[in-house]
Design a protein around this ligand. Structure first.
Ligand code: ADE
Length: 246
C-alpha cells in the first residue's frame, strides 16, 4: 500500500525536496509513498489570487483567509477522505513518536502549511483539522515541519528501513533516549569502546544498554524520565504522586 502525502502549501516547488533523496527518496521511487503538493493559491478566486489579509483588530503581519484555505482543504479531503488532515503550527499539539507511528500505519496524511501570522481561526472551527507543532520555536512556515513529520513517518513504512529491528530500539520507542553506540576502531584518540560491548555476553550488553539509556534520559530529559517511571502528572497543587521506585 502506498502512503499518500498531500501537502497544501504556497510553495509546492519545495516538495519532495530533501525527501527526494536518500532513504525517503528511494522509498518514493519504489512507490512506498506518494507526494502530491497542492498550491493553495489555486483556490483563491479574486483577480489578485490573494490568500491572506490584514488581521481583524489590527496588528502586524497577515492572516491566511478561511474561505480560500477551506476550498483547498475540501479539495484535499475529497481526494483523500480517510487521511488525517493536519496543520503545521507552533500552537499545535507537539508531535510525538506515538503519533508518528499511528500516522505511518494509516493511508497517508494531508498537511496544511501556514505562512505569515497564521490561519483565520474559523478554519479550525469549521473543518476537522489537527494542529501539530514540531517544537517550541517559530519557523517561517509549516513546510519544514511537514518535512520533519513526513520523514518520521516514511522511515517507518514497511520495507523502507533495511533491518526491521532498527526502528525498535531507538530513542522514544520505549519512552527512553537511546543508549550510546560505538564502532571500530577499538581505540580512537586514546578512547576505548566499553569492554562489555566486546564481551559477547548478550544479556550483559542488554543490561548495560538499558542502564545507559536510563542514565541519559534521566539527566537530559527529566520530563521523559518521569513519564517513563509512570508518574502520570503533577496534581494541580504541585504535589507529586508516588513513583514506581520511590
Ligand atoms: N510553523 C511555524 N512554526 C512551527 C512549529 N514550531 N511547528 C510546526 N509548524 C510551524
Amino acid at each position: 500500500m502506498t502512503f499518500a502525502a498531500q501537502i497544501l502549501t504556497l510553495y509546492p516547488e519545495m516538495f519532495p525536496g530533501p525527501l527526494g533523496i536518500s532513504l525517503a527518496g528511494r522509498a518514493l521511487a519504489d512507490g512506498r509513498w506518494s507526494c502530491s503538493p497542492i498550491q493553495i493559491r489555486d483556490f483563491a478566486e479574486d483577480k489578485h489570487k490573494s490568500v491572506d489579509d490584514t488581521p481583524a483588530g489590527g496588528g502586524a503581519g497577515m492572516v491566511l483567509r478561511a474561505d480560500v484555505l477551506a476550498r483547498a482543504v475540501d479539495h484535499a479531503l475529497e481526494a483523500q477522505p480517510n487521511a488525517p488532515l493536519l496543520a503545521m503550527t507552533p500552537r499545535g499539539r507537539p508531535l510525538s513518536q506515538t503519533r508518528v507511528r499511528d500516522l505511518a500505519a494509516g493511508p497517508g496524511v494531508s498537511i496544511l502549511c501556514g505562512r505569515f501570522e497564521g490561519f483565520d481561526q474559523r478554519l479550525f472551527d469549521a473543518r476537522p483539522i489537527e494542529e501539530v507543532s514540531i517544537g517550541d520555536y517559530v519557523l517561517s512556515g509549516g513546510e519544514i515541519g511537514a518535512f520533519a513529520l513526513l520523514d518520521a513517518c516514511i522511515r517507518l513504512l514497511p520495507g523502507v528501513m533495511g533491518a526491521a529491528s532498527s526502528g525498535e530500539e531507538e530513542s522514544f520507542e520505549d519512552g527512553l533516549l537511546e543508549y550510546p553506540h560505538y564502532t571500530r576502531p577499538q581505540i580512537w584518540e586514546g578512547r576505548t569502546i566499553p569492554e562489555v560491548l566486546r564481551s559477547g555476553d548478550h544479556a550483559k550488553i542488554a543490561a548495560w544498554r538499558k542502564a545507559k539509556a536510563e542514565e541519559i534520559t534521566r539527566s537530559r530529559r527529566p520530563d521523559l524520565w518521569e513519564r517513563h517511571r509512570g508518574v502520570p502528572d503533577r496534581s494541580p497543587s504541585g504535589a507529586r504522586r508516588e513513583t514506581k521506585e520511590d
